[in-house]
Design a protein around this ligand. Structure first.
Ligand code: 3NM
Ligand code: MG
Length: 526
């Protein structure tokens, strides 16, 4: 169905006009660039609906924008609309198809994979996937899908030419996150977004539509984020070269690294950040997240000692970091320990896009919804039978770099997978070495992102993770693990008490040549 452009799909609702005139608002939205209009009337009688539809049709025709009618085939026929949009309990698609003129567009709302499959088999032209988020505009009968729930539904459309739009709670403030996260593992993305209140309830509907359209266009220009904003190194040796560059760049730039972390490790995380040459700020208050996102080079979110009050700061922190296009590193510490942590992580991942997620086998298994590696508290038990394909798939699913820590560390950007084998076992005996690694990754990502974005105006308006964050993650792991090997060899290290300060010292003294000499990095060929 290349016949209509679904990019910015306006759905009307007169109850949200707040005093504005309906047709004037519609015209403003058309001027702002909406590409298709659906008239949705839930309470008006036939005569009123008909008149509104007729007037809307005249207006849309003037802008050469297709008009779709919600539910009512009779109204669609009466005004010669381009198509109808059906709900799950409306007229079946097959019958609507028979009643409507040949070539009409028929769309249907879907909330589950089952509904998507049925719509596909029944021959819908497009589906509306929703609700993505909670919305005040419609009383939802089923829970929101969430950004990360859209991928499997889009995948069900592979091989068909059925288009998909998302709907429900979509605003200019979360559209970039939606566009970034709503991809199937087969790289099937959205064809458009449907919006009601962000345009209809806006005091400036034209401007609201323009903003939504520009974000949509900026995010959709490429096939998928994996073909776009990542700077991807070409080989293991290039990665190592980049690591050394980023390592020096951390020291020369001394980026501010914002860390919302747990109370057990705050001090050592701040110190390891200083040892790398970066500058830590350990702020947690929601009120300062907007300001800090403008100053910081990266944000680390670590859920180690989570409390209900943490939610607001963490969700705002990630949100503003996304808006400032700074990398966000998520460390879902002990996510398997409680439902509280699990649903919390799910909630924050629906608010913002992480650039890197790190965790041990147990944590990443829970995050991925896999039962393969169980976890107990914050300690990981067992591992994966196929860690290489696991990290690669999770990276594709979450659209970010995945670091699986363990005796061997696995890092993937969804395309390549690297194995890292450095590290002294004592690293596993002190508390918070994983959390410190999170700080190292944040510092490296801050430096890599800053270098890449310098003077690159092409990236403006995009939710991007510019910079070689794959090499940044590799570099952070190498820094901490190689420093641990050097610290362990020192005569003044007698146990875990003396190991921690020695580790911090070795990170501070670590030279790029040493990293190159000692690095045990392999790329997995598949
Ligand atoms: N359909 P807003 S959600 C009309 O889930 C509609 O199918 C939905 O409004 C679905 O953009 C919704 O104001 C309302 O959140 C979307
Ligand atoms: Mg309906």
């Amino acid at each position: 169905m290349d016949r209509i452009d679904l990019s910015l799909y306006l759905v009307t609702d007169r109850s949200l006009l707040a005093g504005k005139d309906f047709l004037e608002t519609l015209e403003q939205a058309l001027l702002g660039g909406v590409t298709v209009v659906q008239i949705r009337e839930k309470t008006s009688d036939t005569a009123e609906f008909l008149q509104l539809a007729q007037e809307s049709k005249t207006l849309c025709d003037r802008y050469e924008i297709p008009l779709i009618i919600n539910d009512r085939i009779d109204i669609a026929l009466a005004v010669n609309a381009r198509g109808v949009h059906l709900g799950q309990s409306d007229m079946p698609i097959g019958i609507a198809r028979r009643l409507m003129p040949a070539g009409s567009i028929i769309g249907i709302s879907c909330n589950s994979l089952d509904e998507v499959r049925r719509a596909r088999d029944a021959g819908a032209d497009y589906i509306g996937l929703g609700a993505v988020w909670e919305t005040q505009t419609k009383r939802l009968t089923k829970p929101p899908i969430g950004v990360r729930g859209l991928g499997v539904m889009l995948e069900a459309l592979d091989g068909s030419d059925i288009k998909a739009v998302a709907i429900g709670g979509i605003k200019s403030t979360n559209l970039a996150r939606l566009m970034h996260g709503s991809w199937s593992q087969t790289n099937h993305g959205l064809d458009g977004v449907a919006v009601v209140s962000d345009i209809v309830a806006s005091p400036e509907p034209k401007k609201a539509a323009q903003i939504l359209k520009s974000i949509f266009m900026a995010c959709k220009t490429a096939v998928s984020p994996f073909d776009r904003s990542f700077t991807s190194p070409r080989s293991r040796d290039e990665i190592l070269d980049n690591v050394l560059n980023i390592m020096s760049s951390v020291r020369t730039r001394s980026p501010l690294v914002h860390q919302i972390t747990n109370v057990v490790v705050s001090n050592q995380s701040a110190n390891i950040t200083l040892a790398m040459g970066a500058s830590p700020i350990m702020a947690t208050a929601p009120e300062e997240m907007s300001d800090l996102a403008k100053l910081s080079g990266a944000l680390l979110v670590n859920i180690g000692t989570l409390r209900a009050e943490s939610l607001e700061g963490m969700s705002k922190g990630g949100y503003f970091a996304n808006a400032s296009k700074t990398p966000v590193i998520l460390d879902p510490v002990g996510i398997g320990a409680s439902d509280f942590r699990k649903s919390f992580v799910n909630e924050i991942l629906n608010c913002w896009q992480p650039s890197v997620i790190k965790g041990n086998a147990g944590e990443l298994a829970v995050l991925a919804g896999s039962s393969e590696a169980a976890s107990r508290g914050v300690d990981s038990l067992g591992g994966f039978q196929h860690p290489v394909s696991f990290v690669k798939q999770l990276a594709r699913k979450e659209r970010c770099i995945i670091l699986l820590t363990g005796e061997t560390d696995y890092i993937s950007d969804g395309r390549r997978v690297l194995l890292l084998k450095n590290g002294d076992p004592m690293l596993g005996q002190i508390t918070g070495s994983g959390c410190m690694l999170g700080s190292c990754i944040a510092a490296y990502c801050a430096a890599a992102n800053a270098s890449a974005n310098e003077g690159n105006h092409e990236l403006e308006g995009k939710l991007t993770r510019g910079g070689d964050l794959l090499s940044a993650t590799v570099g952070a792991v190498l820094t901490l693990t190689i420093a641990s090997e050097l610290a362990r060899k020192r005569e003044d290290v007698r146990g875990i008490g003396t190991f921690l300060p020695a580790l911090i010292d070795e990170v501070a003294a670590l030279r790029p040549e040493t990293v190159r000499r000692l690095a045990r990095v392999e790329e997995v060929e598949e």
